[in-house]
Design a protein around this ligand. Structure first.
Ligand code: PBG
Length: 322
C-alpha cells in the first residue's frame, strides 16, 4: 500500500531499463516483398508509400539490402503475368516466385531465410483463394494445387512455406506433399488465424489480388470470433504447422495473446498493409511521430505474444534499432 509501494520508483532512469519485460530486436522481423513478373522497373505501391513491387532482375539485390540490415527473413508475394482458372502460374517451376527464390538463394544462400506465401488468389482470374465452381470456393480440389505450389517453392529453395488461403486441411496436404518430395526440413508457417479483414485493401491493390465477386467470408474468419481462432490453431498444429500466424495484428492483439498463452508454440503476427497505411498516412500528415508510433506498435505486438512480426516497417525498424 502507498506509501510503502510506490510504482514510480521502478520508472527512474536505468531502473526502467532493468525492469523492462519485452524487447524488440531485428531478429523478430520479417519483411514482405512483392515481385512483378512483367515489370521492368520498381513500381511504388499506391496506398503503401515507400513500398515497391520489384522486377525479377532486381529482387536479389533488394533482398541483399534487407539481409544487410540484420533482418533474418523475407516473405515473397508474386504478381504473375498470366492468370487462369486453376492458378497454374502458382505451381509452374518457372513461375515468378520460383524464379525469385532461385535468384535470391543464388545471391544469399543461408544469409536470408526465404518464406513464400502459398495462395492462389494472385494467380486466379477471379482473385479467390481456391478453385471456383458456380461462385463457390471449393475446399478439397484446392488442396492439391496448394500442395503442388508449396513443393515447387521448396524445390526452388524456399526455407519456409506459408499457406494463407484458409482452406481446411491445407497444412496436412502440404506437409504430406513436402515429406513425399523429400523436403522434411522445409518449415510450414500457417496463416492459421486469418480474419476476413478490411485491412488487406492496400495489399490487394499491390498484388492485383482483388476478387471479381463476393468476398472472402466463406473461408477467412469472422472478426467477431475468438474461440474459433483457438480451434484453427489446434488443427494446424495437429496437421504439422511449425509456426502459426495471427493476422492482422494490431486490431487482434487479444487473439494473439490467447493463441500464445494457450499453445505456447512459435507464433507470428502479420501487421498488414492497412496497418502500414494508417501509420504511414498519419505520419505523412504530421499527425503522428512515425518512428515512435511504429516502434510502440511493434513492441505491443511482441508483448501480446508474437515471437516474430511480418511488417512493412521491418527495414525502418531495423535501422532504428541500430
Ligand atoms: C493472400 C494474402 C493476402 C494477404 C497476405 N496473403 C490478401 C488477402 O487475403 O486478401 C494480406 C497482406 C496484407 O494486407 O498486408 N491470400
Amino acid at each position: 500500500m502507498f506509501p510503502t509501494s510506490r510504482m514510480r520508483r521502478l520508472r527512474q532512469p536505468k531502473i526502467r531499463d532493468l525492469v523492462r519485460e519485452t524487447e524488440l530486436t531485428h531478429n523478430d522481423l520479417i519483411y514482405p516483398m512483392f515481385v512483378g513478373e512483367g515489370d521492368a522497373k520498381p513500381i511504388e505501391i499506391k496506398f503503401m508509400p515507400g513500398q515497391f513491387r520489384y522486377p525479377l532482375s532486381m529482387i536479389a539485390d533488394e533482398a541483399k539490402a534487407v539481409a544487410e540490415l540484420g533482418i533474418p527473413a523475407i516473405i515473397l508475394f508474386g504478381i504473375p503475368s498470366r492468370k487462369d482458372e486453376v492458378g497454374s502460374s502458382a505451381y509452374d517451376s518457372n513461375g515468378v516466385i520460383q524464379k525469385a527464390i532461385m535468384a535470391i538463394k543464388d545471391e544469399l544462400g543461408d544469409e536470408l531465410l526465404v518464406i513464400t506465401d502459398v495462395c492462389l488468389c494472385e494467380y486466379m482470374t477471379h482473385g479467390h483463394c481456391g478453385i471456383v465452381e458456380n461462385k463457390k470456393i471449393l475446399n478439397d480440389p484446392t488442396l492439391e494445387l496448394l500442395a503442388k505450389t508449396a513443393v515447387s517453392h521448396a524445390q526452388a529453395g524456399a526455407d519456409i512455406v506459408a499457406p494463407s488461403g484458409m482452406m481446411d486441411g491445407m497444412v496436412d496436404a502440404i506437409r504430406t506433399a513436402l515429406e513425399d518430395g523429400g523436403f522434411q526440413d522445409t518449415l510450414i508457417m500457417s496463416y492459421a488465424v486469418k480474419y476476413a479483414s478490411s485491412f488487406y485493401g492496400p495489399f490487394r491493390e499491390a498484388a492485383e489480388s482483388g476478387y471479381a465477386f463476393g468476398d472472402r467470408s466463406t473461408y477467412q474468419m469472422d472478426p467477431a470470433n475468438s474461440d474459433e481462432a483457438l480451434r484453427e490453431v489446434e488443427l494446424d498444429i495437429a496437421e504439422g504447422a511449425d509456426i502459426v500466424m495471427v493476422k492482422p495484428a494490431l486490431p487482434y492483439l487479444d487473439i494473439l495473446y490467447r493463441v500464445k498463452s494457450e499453445f505456447g508454440v512459435p507464433t507470428a503476427a502479420y501487421s498488414v498493409s492497412g496497418e502500414y497505411a494508417m501509420l504511414k498516412a498519419a505520419s505523412q500528415k504530421g499527425w503522428l511521430d512515425e518512428k515512435a508510433a511504429v516502434m510502440e506498435s511493434l513492441l505491443a505486438i511482441k508483448r501480446a505474444g508474437a515471437d516474430m512480426i511480418l511488417t512493412y516497417f521491418a527495414k525502418d525498424a531495423a535501422e532504428w534499432l541500430k
